[in-house]
Design a protein around this ligand. Structure first.
Ligand code: HEC
Length: 136
């Protein structure tokens, strides 16, 4: 079984496992983003920051989940443009990861919690999806 915490060499993983593996990580991040929003609104910063760090790590991990042989199949919503602009895609993923660490460092002192979450968390989703994920 593919766990979310280790990533064996590509050769050990099927295309299906890689595509489903990355979709599971995105789903986990979505779930965590909603929790981060709720916890931050309730001023539960310690728990929120833990999830922000987790999301940051997940983004870093995702960089390895787009090898060349996973462009199609298994209901992937990844667009071919990812592999034509791999550096840009990876940089966006890294930026999304870095943004979560920034968020973790500023959230407790933020005057506008919703705006801060939007700026450092939700904007990353849109920045990437608008170009690299199929409309859904
Ligand atoms: C750097 C690019 C990038 C960033 C940042 C990003 N995504 Fe995505 N996301 C993708 C791509 C590409 C897919 C399609 C993956 C596939 O189907 O193989 C995807 C798929 C998803 C899916 C569907 C997973 C499934 O089960 O099929 C969800 C949900 C999702 N993203 C949520 C988010 C949320 C929420 C954020 C921000 C908090 C986010 N993503 C940030 C690129 C990104």
């Amino acid at each position: 079984m593919l766990t979310l915490f280790t990533f064996p060499a590509y050769s050990e993983l099927s295309v299906e496992e890689i595509i489903k593996g990355r979709q599971a990580i995105f789903s986990e991040n979505y779930k965590n983003a909603k929790r981060v929003q709720a916890l931050s609104s309730e001023l539960e910063f310690e728990a929120a920051i833990e999830l922000m760090n987790k999301m940051s790590q997940n983004y870093t991990k995702l960089i390895d989940y787009f090898p060349d042989n996973t462009k199609e199949g298994f209901d992937t919503e990844a667009l071919p443009i990812i592999w034509e602009n791999k550096d840009e895609f990876n940089a966006l993923m890294q930026k999304a990861s870095d943004n979560m660490l920034t968020l973790a460092s500023v959230i407790e002192d933020a005057d506008d919690i919703r705006g801060t979450l939007k700026k450092h968390m939700w904007s990353s989703c849109k920045a990437c999806h608008s170009k690299f994920r199929m409309p859904h």
